[in-house]
Design a protein around this ligand. Structure first.
Ligand code: HEC
Ligand code: HEC
Length: 199
């Protein structure tokens, strides 16, 4: 009886150890099984509320997944998708999506685009809104931990800018909260419209 129990225990421990040592699952398989539904197989995103991941920066995406996992950035939908992913799997997924070609939006509201372009390159000094180009770059492609914004969905961008302003998107990097502290709703709509058609 005792021996049987000890044997079972050893088997259980061996099984647990083999799970720990298991190899990372291939990124493409994970994409099909659990990302494709919302972000698309090529990161093109299936609904305007979901961010496009195609062409997004690897380090930025890896960090965001880690933030969803720890709860630093709150999203119930994302947390359950990354909860059991290893660091290597998250990086491989980020690498997978970053190599895909992003297709920008085409149908921007032209009357907003000009106002959005001005805000992007010049900011709104009197309201303390720093020019976006300072950090996200003249092509809107970001770098390393700075996200690419060019070609992103309007609805997603608008949602995130509101979320930075009201602190519902939390980030250990405080800089975006400061940038958008005094931005108006109209400026958010305009800059998002401009960004969505940026190549
Ligand atoms: C049920 C829909 C859904 C699925 C499935 C899903 N995501 Fe997401 N993802 C979202 C939403 C919604 C957001 C935006 C969260 C927010 O509001 O901050 C997001 C955000 C992200 C971001 C941050 C993008 C950015 O620009 O900041 C990354 C990276 C990401 N998802 C990767 C993945 C990966 C990898 C998978 C598969 C393992 C996956 N997602 C599966 C809905 C989903
Ligand atoms: C001082 C540097 C800086 C400036 C200026 C700046 N940003 Fe950012 N932005 C960042 C950083 C850093 C992040 C990533 C924050 C994080 O890790 O959560 C970010 C994230 C974002 C995101 C989220 C993107 C995504 O994929 O989820 C949007 C949208 C954004 N910025 C728009 C803007 C706009 C519009 C402006 C100009 C009004 C602007 N930013 C100015 C540094 C900056």
């Amino acid at each position: 009886m005792n021996i049987g129990y000890a044997t079972l225990l050893m088997l259980a421990l061996a099984a647990a150890a083999s799970v720990q040592a298991a190899e990372d699952r291939p990124a493409e398989k994970l994409v099909r099984e659990r990302c494709q539904k919302c972000h698309g197989f090529d990161g093109e995103s299936s609904e305007p509320e979901f961010p496009k991941l195609a062409g997004q920066n690897v380090d930025y995406m890896t960090r965001q997944m880690a933030n969803f996992k720890t709860g630093l950035r709150k999203s119930t939908r994302m947390k359950e998708k990354v909860e059991d992913l290893s660091g290597g799997e998250m990086r491989a997924l980020a690498e997978y999506f970053s190599t895909k070609t992003l297709v920008p939006e085409r149908s921007a509201k032209t009357e907003l685009v000009d106002a959005g372009r001005r805000l992007y390159f010049s900011g709104h000094f009197e309201h303390g809104v720093t020019a976006c180009t300072t950090c996200h770059g003249p092509l809107g492609r970001g770098a390393i931990y700075l996200p690419r914004l060019a070609g992103q969905n309007v609805k997603y961008l608008v949602g995130q800018l509101h979320a930075f302003r009201d602190y519902s998107r939390t980030s250990p990097n405080m800089v975006m909260h400061t940038v958008v502290e005094n931005i108006s709703d109209a400026e958010i709509d305009a800059v998002a419209e401009f960004l969505s058609i940026m190549e």
